[in-house]
Design a protein around this ligand. Structure first.
Ligand code: ATP
Ligand code: MG
Length: 678
């Protein structure tokens, strides 16, 4: 057996389904030895031999036989066939399995073409194709091998053309070309029917919104994949031979063997001015029953936070309109201030009042509801609408009934929308209500993905979950755009325990916290801000000078009052100084009470604080203080407007202005007391 014979035999092996054709060729040569002799005769011209081969031999082996003639090796024919049979007897290893889907079965010639193509695509691997008929293709074929799919079907091409056209339309729109028709025409003319090459996999395990997918080899972390039934998912876990996908929709239609297609796109949301005033889900689809939101801008939900160079320190206040916060725990634009407290302590209310107070202040507000009741969100949207605050607000909602992955991405989607505005130089306020439920959703996903649980069963990267989110809040330097994102994350504690895992994490990431206490809330002190435990680490730099001067010693006075209150609880005879201090403290506490939806302007707050520091309210009966405060402010607005406008334009509190406020306060008080006596 010569080397040449062995090589020829292995060439024959590569020809698909050659066995019968080889047998036929041999039969021909056996039956008509003259043919064999003519072909083996090296003196006969090659083109004559080719004609003979084309006339009588089966199609699949013609090229091979011609090759033998060209090389003058036809004499080896019988030897080659013997060797071929030997090789055929050895167990063949199929290297890959594939599937050929067709409407009408491919002809022999088409089969050769397909084999050729697969040979090129997969480096001459032995691929065993199973055949399957599917009328829905209309015509053409689809070939699937491993994780690759080649689509030559009519249905697939129509889909391709549709995609191209819609892309052309969006591009045309973004370039604001009005001649859409010409763009469409050129797209259609340039459309080349290429076989769509997609990477596909199959689901091998489904449960609770998580799918394990086999066969996709190159998916990226965070990439979107689409299932047969149209449900989208995001790659969350890349393992050695499978990927873990979290679903953004229901998993009821996905079963073992469902097909999954890579999109190559990272998870993102559409963003734009069109979103203002809308209520949307975590993927940016409207939930308010309004029109489709058409925008061409798309932002990935995960983005790197601005770097150090791009940032500027906090220096402009973000006024909440809530006296106890603006006076003692001022928040600046670009700051992250945590609102923390037990359930039903007014956390959401503080965030809502802050949003309402941004009216006319050129700030865009984004409220992200995570894992809340739909009714709560609906009520909140109603409040915003009634107050006319929806015009500058976006509500992103992933309620408790939404799948955990949607709850998990909601704050990131909200932040992507916020960043769109920030990089245009606008100021944005974003509320994450609340991050405890966000962590719980992430814990559910992680446990289902079989990541090892750590403290309180949260995965090890739960800290990173929140830090990478909150780091995206920033105040940009003018060179980087100059906008800002102020974040008000909310955390719910259990029985006031701030040392639980998630609260400590978020406390350490943020620039301060507003601590709300149930006890205060139930005793009627609302907003229930605990003055001792709350802090704002950077906001002081942003506080208006007038406010800073007016707030003066309120915090210390309150701290002293609380201590003294505990001491003097049981003693009845107190000295005058102590009594005075107690009364002052009590009046301060009363002044800090503020009903819902009644934000105070900066000027109002300064007037109240100046009055309070001058002990104006100390001798007013506690029950009357709120009424007195309202009347005092009305008096200033109606009769002393020049003071208010001076405060608003100066933003400072010179001594003479403070004096005149004090005098006016005294004047009003004497009038008030006289009226009461009369
Ligand atoms: P949850 O834990 O359910 O999210 P929460 O801490 O967000 O609750 P809110 O929903 O803001 O609390 O408020 C609880 C209740 O307290 C609401 O009914 C609200 O109207 C009331 N409330 C909150 N703040 C005040 C306030 N300053 N004055 C009067 N009522 C208030
Ligand atoms: Mg709430």
């Amino acid at each position: 057996m010569t080397q040449a014979t062995i090589e020829y035999a292995s060439e024959l092996m590569k020809i698909p389904d050659a066995r019968e054709m080889v047998a036929e060729a041999r039969d021909i040569c056996d039956a008509v030895p003259a043919v064999y002799e003519e072909l083996a005769d090296t003196t006969v011209p090659v083109n004559v031999k080719h004609v003979v081969i084309d006339r009588i031999f089966p199609l699949g082996v013609r090229n091979f036989l011609k090759l033998l003639c060209d090389n003058g090796d036809f004499g080896l024919f019988y030897e080659i066939i013997d060797e071929y049979r030997e090789q055929m007897k050895k167990p063949r290893e199929v290297e890959a399995y594939g599937e050929l889907i067709y409407v009408t079965p491919p002809t022999d010639e088409q089969m050769i073409g397909i084999r050729d193509f697969l040979g090129k695509e997969f480096g001459n691997k032995d691929i065993e194709l199973t055949m399957k008929q599917d009328e829905s293709l209309k015509s053409g074929f689809i070939i699937r091998v491993g994780s690759k799919e080649f689509d030559w079907s009519e249905a697939g091409r129509i889909r391709q053309l549709e995609e191209r056209l819609s892309r052309a339309v969006t591009e045309g729109r973004s370039r604001s070309e009005d001649n859409i028709i010409s763009i469409l025409r050129s797209t259609i003319e340039d459309f080349e029917l290429a076989a769509a090459d997609k990477e596909i996999g199959v689901a091998n395990w489904v449960g609770d919104g998580i799918v394990n997918v086999d066969g996709i080899d190159h998916a990226n972390y965070g990439e979107i994949v689409i299932f047969d039934c149209g449900v989208k998912g995001m790659v969350q876990d890349v393992r050695r031979d499978e990927i873990g996908v979290v679903l953004f929709g229901r998993d009821t239609e996905i079963h073992e063997g469902s097909r999954v297609v890579r999109t190559g796109k990272m998870a993102g949301v559409p963003v734009g001015d069109e979103y203002l005033g809308r209520v949307v889900d975590a993927l940016g689809a409207p939930l308010d029953g309004g029109a489709e939101i058409s925008t061409d801008t798309y932002r990935p939900i995960e983005m790197r936070a601005p770097g150090i160079v791009d940032r500027k320190s906090v220096s402009v206040p973000m006024e909440t309109g809530i006296l106890s916060i603006d006076s003692m725990f001022p928040i600046g634009r670009g700051q992250r201030e945590l609102i923390i407290g037990d359930r039903q302590t007014g956390k959401t209310s503080i965030a809502m009042d802050t949003i309402l107070n941004q009216k006319g202040k050129d700030t865009i507000c984004i409220y992200v509801a995570i894992g809340q009741k739909s009714s709560t969100v609906a009520k909140l949207v109603g409040t915003l609408k009634n107050a006319g605050a929806m015009d500058y607000t976006i509500v992103v909602s992933a309620t408790a009934s939404d799948p955990a992955p949607l709850q998990y991405i909601a704050p990131y989607s909200g932040t992507a929308m916020a960043e769109y505005f920030m990089y245009q130089g606008k100021d944005v306020l974003i509320v994450y209500d609340d991050l405890s439920k966000h962590a719980v959703a992430y814990r559910a996903i992680s446990l289902l993905l079989e990541r090892s649980p750590g403290r309180e069963a949260y995965p090890g990267d739960v800290f990173y979950l929140h830090s990478r989110l909150l780091e995206r809040s920033a105040r940009l330097s003018p060179e980087a755009g100059g906008g800002s994102i102020t974040a008000l994350p909310i955390i719910e504690t259990q029985a006031g325990d701030v040392s639980a895992y998630i609260p400590t994490n978020v406390i350490s990431i943020t620039d301060g916290q507003i601590y709300l206490e149930s006890q205060l809330f139930f005793s009627g002190q609302r907003p229930a801000v605990n003055v001792g435990l709350s802090v704002s680490r950077v906001g002081g730099a942003a506080q208006r000078k007038a406010m800073k001067k007016a707030a003066g010693s309120v915090r210390i006075d309150l701290a002293q009052y609380r201590e003294m209150e505990v001491f003097t609880q049981f003693s009845s005879d107190l000295d005058d100084a102590t009594k005075k201090q107690l009364e002052h403290g009590r009046s301060l506490m009363e002044l800090l009470k503020q009903p819902l939806g009644h934000p105070f302007s900066m000027a109002d707050q300064v007037i109240i604080l100046v009055g309070a520091n001058a002990h104006l309210f100390s001798d007013i009966p506690t029950a009357e203080i709120q009424d007195f405060r309202a009347k005092l402010l009305k008096y200033f607005h109606d009769e002393k407007n020049e003071i208010i406008s001076r405060l608003e334009s100066y933003l400072d509190l010179p001594d003479d202005l403070r004096k005149s406020i004090e005098t006016e306060c005294e004047n009003f008080k004497s009038g008030y007391l006289e009226d009461k006596d009369a």
